[in-house]
Design a protein around this ligand. Structure first.
Ligand code: NAD
Length: 345
């Protein structure tokens, strides 16, 4: 990213800041809102169009004096401009986020991930607001299984799917708005998240809820693809660290050294749920399935002193399994909705 002499952020957790969180009714966004209300003095507005992936109930029980939910799209320029004007900073989680869906129907990905990010950038430019863009390590494409290379902030972009291509494009828009217009922005690219409130279309909750329902889980191909797992709270604490102490115009990679192949994750889920390791079926691999992702988070650790707090994957997974066991009312409606839309399987 550009190295202009941008004003450094002076935001403190104890300031009474007004934060706009886009996509705050989705998986990571809802966990982020919960973190902000617990760990800062900030008041939060969530802007979320409540697609199949966004749920009011993910924000239930939170203080209504500090949290407002606005149902609307990040692509609605008038709405976005008005809301951004009323806030000190914007944290942008809203996205179409599922690779498989992007292969079937890329149009909403182009709309939300590219046009939505453009719309927000124009509003923060117009009102000179601090902006943080939440992105993924999938923009870098895949690594080989054979070597130990990991992604860094300088790895070239090489996205594989419509999802990762639109996220890559949105990152580049942010960089251009920083460079061309002096927008006060930061970017983070994080590895695969797990934790509570994650939609059942994603790997870990899909396996957990199938097992809870007595249905055999299924694994794409031979399951040797490696993902770098991080607990959602560690991701969100890193985003908060970037907001309060990150250098403007910079990109930070977020990862917790959690490389595991899909097969061993599924076998661990089965074990933790009292099932035999091999109680699953194989299904055909999806096209363009990236082999390996892995993050080198040295910059985040050394510059901002961030360290993951949930390093033990097995115990993070056990807590997540317990959450799904205890919160059937949250996920049960998704099974029916997804079956009706052909998304469950
Ligand atoms: P999610 O699909 O669970 O949530 C996305 C949210 O965005 C939903 O609440 C949805 O209703 C909302 N949304 C979609 N289109 C919108 C629009 N046009 N206007 C307003 N809101 C809209 O996704 P997630 O897993 O929570 O991911 C959040 C962000 O983090 C995404 O930008 C994603 O690319 C990034 N990310 C995710 C992971 C991961 O492992 N899940 C890893 C790295 C980065």
């Amino acid at each position: 990213m550009a190295t202009h002499d941008y004003r450094q952020p002076t935001l403190s957790r104890t300031d009474p800041a007004r934060v706009l969180v886009t996509g705050g009714a989705g998986f990571i966004g809802a966990n982020f809102v919960r973190l902000l209300l617990a760990d800062t003095a900030w008041s939060v507005t969530v802007l979320d169009s409540l697609t199949y992936a966004g749920h009011r109930r993910s924000l239930s029980g939170l203080d209504p004096n500090r949290l407002t939910l606005v149902e609307g799209s990040v692509c609605d320029a008038d709405l976005v401009d008005r809301i951004v004007a009323d806030h000190d900073l914007v944290v942008h989680f809203a996205a179409e986020s599922h690779n498989d869906t992007s292969l079937r129907d890329p149009a909403p990905f182009v709309q939300t991930n590219l046009v939505g990010t453009f719309t927000l950038l124009e509003a923060v430019r117009n009102h000179d607001r601090r902006f943080h863009h939440v992105s993924t390590d999938e923009v870098f494409g895949e690594l080989s299984l054979a070597d130990l290379t990991r992604f860094t902030e300088t790895t070239p972009y090489n996205p594989s799917s419509p999802y990762s291509a639109t996220k890559a494009g949105s990152d580049l828009l942010v960089r251009a708005w920083v460079r061309s217009f002096g927008v006060r922005a930061t970017i983070s690219n994080c590895s695969n998240n797990y934790g509570p409130y994650q939609h059942l279309e994603k790997f870990i909750p899909r396996q957990i809820t199938r097992i809870l329902d007595g249905v055999r889980p299924r694994l794409y191909g031979d399951g040797r693809q490696v993902r770098d797992w991080i607990h959602v709270d560690d991701h969100n604490r890193a985003v908060l660290a970037i907001l309060t102490a990150g250098r403007l115009g910079e990109t930070y990679l977020i990862g917790a050294d959690g490389e595991r192949d899909n097969r061993s994750v599924l076998e661990l889920v089965l074990r933790l749920m009292g099932q035999p390791d091999d109680a699953y079926d194989h299904v055909a691999d999806r096209p363009g399935h990236d082999l390996r992702y892995a993050i080198d988070a040295t910059k985040l650790r050394t510059e901002l002193g961030w360290e993951p707090q949930r390093r033990d994957f097995a115990s993070g997974l056990a807590t997540t399994i317990e959450w799904y066991r205890a919160n059937e009312a949250w996920w049960r409606p998704l099974v029916a909705a997804d079956r009706a839309h052909g998304r469950h399987g």
